[in-house]
Ligand binder design. Structure first.
Ligand code: ATP
Ligand code: MG
Length: 360
């Protein structure tokens, strides 16, 4: 009998992207393959064209075949893009990641900030997740509902419209409270209701309403400016932070940098039915092709993706997700790290060390 014929598999899209993408995406794939094999399951990878290479082969950084195939998938890994390097006709557009996010209404940007023992950290005890609403607020190009939210009635006056809807607040609040239920059961709602009373006030109120459906989760709320200070002062006290688009953009970078560095900051963008793993950093063109890139951010993003797929589809991926996180942490704790973390390991050496731990 052929063992592979009975192996349970799940399809996951694989989009390499630009810059260090062709280095960190394959590294992530090998680690995922090792971890899921140990759990007795497999990933059926679906490679898809995206970025500068897709411009060459398909005349578009986000070819229709990629969008069509993603429609059939519930999970994929997206490498970074260097859209500044694209020919001029593609430069004014949303990046491929932005277009994918918009096309599939990936409304939740989930960004953990968790220190890795052994790597430099301003807040070594931080272990929190920022849940950022991804479609509304003041970020017009990200907005599904109203198109451009900025305009200039005269050349000397610029206005921006911030949109907050009950429906979008409800769905992001559920994301945050569901997540907190599986963590330390605390949600902090971040707003600026003393100034932006209607918009961020609605955000706060709806999050509080949704919170009442989760009696086991403790809720508090903070103004965004106070939150920035508290993250620096006592960031270890927070579990899940839920906030609107622009505040989440800023606070997630702040928290990620306090806990670690660009090379370790993971993220997923998700809707109820789809999830995309994406490192928080960019394509790092300055070090591309040198084999020095830190793959941790994308590896940890992929682990989050597996955990999510495991919870939704009938496949045992959650154990693999935990094993990947443990192996990455143990590898860094043992002193194996890429140059950005002060180590000497290449991308391949770091990847091999993680794989060795997964196989042990
Ligand atoms: P984008 O506009 O796409 O967000 P960016 O201008 O923020 O890009 P990045 O590409 O994230 O820039 O890179 C910023 C700096 O961090 C660069 O010096 C880059 O080499 C470094 N860097 C980013 N990601 C990594 C990584 N995974 N490993 C090592 N260094 C990295
Ligand atoms: Mg950046």
């Amino acid at each position: 009998t052929d063992d592979t014929a009975t192996l349970q598999t799940h399809r996951i899209g694989l989009l390499e992207g630009d810059g260090i993408g062709p280095e960190i995406v394959p590294a992530t794939r090998r680690i995922v393959d090792t971890a899921v094999a140990a759990a007795g399951v497999a990933v059926d990878w679906v490679p898809l064209p995206v970025g500068a290479s897709a411009i060459e082969t398909h005349g578009n950084p986000l070819p229709q075949v990629t969008l069509d195939t993603l429609t059939e998938l519930d999970a994929w890994i997206l490498g970074p893009h260097d859209s500044a390097s694209y020919p001029p006709e593609f430069r004014g557009q949303l990046t491929p990641g932005g277009r994918i996010r918009k096309h599939f209404d990936l409304y939740a940007n989930i960004r953990p900030a968790c220190a890795l023992p052994g790597a430099a950290s301003v807040s070594p005890k931080m272990d929190l997740v920022v849940v950022r609403e991804n479609t509304e607020g003041f970020y017009a190009d990200r907005n599904m509902a109203v198109g451009s939210g900025e305009f200039m009635p005269t050349p000397d006056i610029a206005l921006a419209v911030g949109v907050i809807t009950r429906a979008a607040c409800e769905r992001i609040a559920h994301t945050a409270f569901d997540l907190a239920s599986r963590r330390r059961k605390r949600v902090t709602i971040v707003h600026k209701a003393n100034v932006l009373a209607r918009t961020t006030g609605l955000f706060r109120d709806v999050c509080q309403e949704v919170g009442r459906l989760y009696p086991s989760v403790t809720v508090d709320d903070q103004h965004v400016d106070a939150m920035a200070a508290l993250l620096v002062r006592r960031g270890a006290d927070f579990d899940v932070i839920v906030t609107e688009n622009m505040f989440g953009d800023i606070l997630s970078d702040l928290a990620a940098e306090l806990s670690g560095s660009l090379g370790t900051a993971a993220s997923i963008n998700a809707s109820r039915t789809k999830a995309m793993a994406q490192a928080a950093h960019g394509a790092a063109p300055d070090i591309a092709g040198q084999g020095r890139a830190n793959p941790i951010a994308l590896i940890l993003s992929a682990a989050m993706l597996l955990d999510r797929v495991g919870a939704r589809a009938d496949i045992e991926f959650s154990a693999a997700a935990r094993a990947i996180e443990d192996a990455v942490r143990a590898t860094v704790a043992a002193g194996v790290a890429t140059a950005d973390l002060g180590g000497t390991a290449s991308t391949d050496e770091f990847t091999a060390a993680v794989i060795a731990r997964l196989e042990a």
